[in-house]
Write a protein that binds this ligand. Structure first.
Ligand code: ZN
Ligand code: ZN
Length: 339
């Protein structure tokens, strides 16, 4: 059987590779891909501005599908099962892996960077990195497990607690998911800002108290209003821009915690170091996920995140789909490829 895999060949150029499917090795399973979402990181790659990805590279890492066949010694899943795939590739032997902290694997990679992109007809990989989709979760919704796991990981790192006050900068899929999870964990107030009215409407539909249209209101002023000038306890930077990080810093109170989830195309930025002392400001990053897929699957069953899927395209129109996903005027949040 021939697989067709979408690839970013050069900046702003998509092509497709046609390759013979490999034989299944021990512990592997083959999946017919049913739904594959475009991620913000794919947009950075498309522009050749991803800080850790070189072109050409196959893309697609948020996907689900139906198991076609399994190799030797695969017990957890069988032919006909619907699964979502955790796309990080870990060595299993470095110190971090041996301690179960595979998110810090010294040799970490992702399936798409190894030529197994999921903007494709089929995916072949380790069965122990696949999770069964509950009957209540469609393949399309299941393909949101990966970005939701990113959001879950960020919120866990921020140690959200009952009564927390939270500002989220950026209402892309991850920002909205972060905000909704904070709310569900008992945050008292969650405010999210963006330049897209459409995205903010979606955040409100999913239960966020207060949204800020960045072209009309200043998030920092709104946060000060809500907190008698003190600032919120926690902020999440979900954009990947210096200005957004500065805003996140302005939004938090003394000893406040800023968590960076966005990917910075220009990582060299300026920060006033005295804030770390004067305000005892804390800033941390959040990278991917580590044991977060099952929690994400649980949340997917409880929250109608499928509302975030705004556009659908066949595999052949991958380039159009990427352009729509990267164009704020097209009111897109999650763009789904149905191969
Ligand atoms: Zn992603
Ligand atoms: Zn490792």
């Amino acid at each position: 059987m021939i697989n067709k895999i979408g690839r970013v060949k050069a900046a702003k150029t998509i092509d497709f590779m046609e390759t013979e499917l490999p034989d299944l090795k021990e512990g592997e399973a083959r999946v017919k891909i049913e739904a594959s979402m475009i991620c913000g990181s794919d947009l950075h790659i498309f522009k050749d501005r991803h800080p850790s990805v070189k072109l050409p590279v196959t893309i697609g890492h948020e996907f689900s599908g139906m198991v076609l066949e399994t190799g030797k010694n695969v017990e957890k899943i069988k032919k006909g099962d619907r699964v979502v795939v955790e796309p990080s590739v870990i060595c299993g032997t470095c110190e971090a892996c041996r301690h179960g902290n595979y998110g810090y694997c010294e040799n970490i990679s992702f399936t798409y960077r190894c030529g197994d992109g999921a903007m494709a007809k089929y995916f072949t990989g380790q069965a122990d990195r696949m999770y069964l989709l509950p009957d209540t979760i469609s393949c399309e919704k299941g393909a949101l497990t990966e970005p939701l796991a990113v959001a879950v990981h960020g919120v866990k790192r921020a140690a959200l607690t009952l009564g927390d006050t939270v500002a989220v900068i950026g209402a892309g899929a991850i920002g909205i998911m972060v905000a909704v999870i904070c709310k569900r964990l008992g945050a008292k107030t969650v405010i999210i800002s963006d330049y897209s009215k459409y995205r903010l409407e979606m955040a409100r539909e999913l239960g966020i108290d207060r949204t800020v249209l960045a072209s009309e209101e200043n998030l920092t002023d709104v946060v000060k209003d809500y907190s008698r000038g003190k600032g919120f306890k926690k902020a999440f930077e979900c954009v990947g821009l210096e200005a957004a990080l500065h805003q996140a810093i302005e939004c938090v109170c003394a000893n406040g915690l800023v968590t960076i989830v966005g990917i910075f195309e220009k990582p060299q930025i300026q920060i006033d170091a005295s804030l770390f002392v004067k305000k005892e400001l804390r800033i941390q990053g959040s990278q991917g996920y580590c044991w977060d897929f099952e929690d994400a699957l649980q949340l997917l069953q409880e929250i109608p995140f499928e509302k975030l899927i705004t556009h659908r395209y066949p595999l052949e129109q991958l380039e159009d789909a990427i352009r729509v996903a990267g164009d704020i005027s097209k009111n897109s949040i999650k763009v789904c490829i149905n191969p």
